[in-house]
Design a binder for this molecule. Structure first.
Ligand SMILES: C[S@@+](CC[C@H](N)C(=O)[O-])C[C@H]1O[C@@H](n2cnc3c(N)ncnc32)[C@H](O)[C@@H]1O
Length: 257
């Protein structure tokens, strides 16, 4: 397994949270993902392409609960190795495949899919990057296929949030308002059928218990308390989340190609 040493100064926010032990890195947590899956109405044997599949948790949950086939694309070799190990433990090697690759090169993936799933990945792209990926998502979907999306929402102060977030999570993070997300999807030929928004509680204790369970939450808190490098970065991120607690949220969208 590849095991890159993390530079705590330059690492991205999700790498820092993962180093603290956080498994769920999406802004609406498990509850939002489950809602998105309900909307999808997956049928056994259907195909899902997941962008930024990280440790494989969503891919595994999908394959287990809905008997679908999943292909994940992930660029971080450590996450790819971890996802493959998790898939092996779950006994899902014949149903879930993780490709080490870049979501800017989706044309390299053969075939068309019934669904594309992307959680906490579009937000971190520039406006041009979002447009390029959305167009490619449209190309990877079968006619009538669904794009399932779970991202950060900015109900106000988009520009200010972009600057502050990019500084603390070291990624060009650009959350959009509901109408701007819907417009960006529509420009790529993806018509939003369902959409839901709520507050963003990624680092909220109650949400952490829901997403991670009691033992992993204790482990995460312990790592934050005892590891200075992690603590410093998590506190910076937490401050920005707190500063924009009334403007930052999550959005889930189900769009049809
Ligand atoms: C914030 S995490 C979200 C992970 C997962 N989807 C979840 O919700 O828990 C974003 C993931 O996307 C991956 N990623 C970021 N940019 C990527 C790119 N250009 N191509 C492929 N994967 C990428 C990161 O390595 C990371 O695992």
């Amino acid at each position: 397994m590849t095991n890159t040493i993390l530079n705590f100064q330059t690492a991205t926010g999700h790498e820092i949270l993962a180093a603290a032990g956080k498994k769920y890195l999406r802004p609406g947590g498990r509850i939002a993902t489950e809602k998105l899956f309900q909307w999808a109405n997956f049928q056994p044997g259907e195909t899902v392409l997941e962008l930024g599949s990280s440790f494989g948790y969503s891919a595994i949950a999908l394959a287990k609960s809905y008997d679908v086939r999943v292909v994940g694309v992930e660029k971080n070799p450590d996450s790819v190795a971890c996802a493959r190990a998790n898939i092996c433990v779950a006994g899902l090697e014949n149903q879930v495949e993780i490709i080490e690759g870049n979501i800017f090169n989706l044309e390299a993936i053969s075939g068309k899919f019934d669904y594309v799933l992307a959680e906490a990945i579009l937000t971190m792209q520039s406006p041009l990057g979002k447009a390029k990926i959305l167009a490619e998502i449209h190309n990877r979907l079968k006619p009538g296929g669904k794009f399932l999306s779970h991202e950060l929402l900015a109900t106000d102060k988009e520009e200010q949030i972009h600057v502050d977030l990019a500084r603390v999570i070291r990624v060009n993070s650009t959350p959009l308002s509901e109408s701007n997300w819907i417009t960006a999807f529509a420009k790529a030929g993806l018509q939003v059928e369902k959409c839901q928004t709520d507050s963003m509680n990624l680092l909220n204790l109650r949400r952490m218990f829901q997403d991670e369970g009691i033992f992993n939450t204790i482990r995460i808190l312990w790592n934050i308390l005892t590891q200075r490098n992690i603590r410093k970065r998590v506190l910076e991120i937490h401050q920005v989340f707190h500063k924009y607690q009334h403007e930052l949220g999550y959005i889930i969208l189900c769009a049809v190609a």
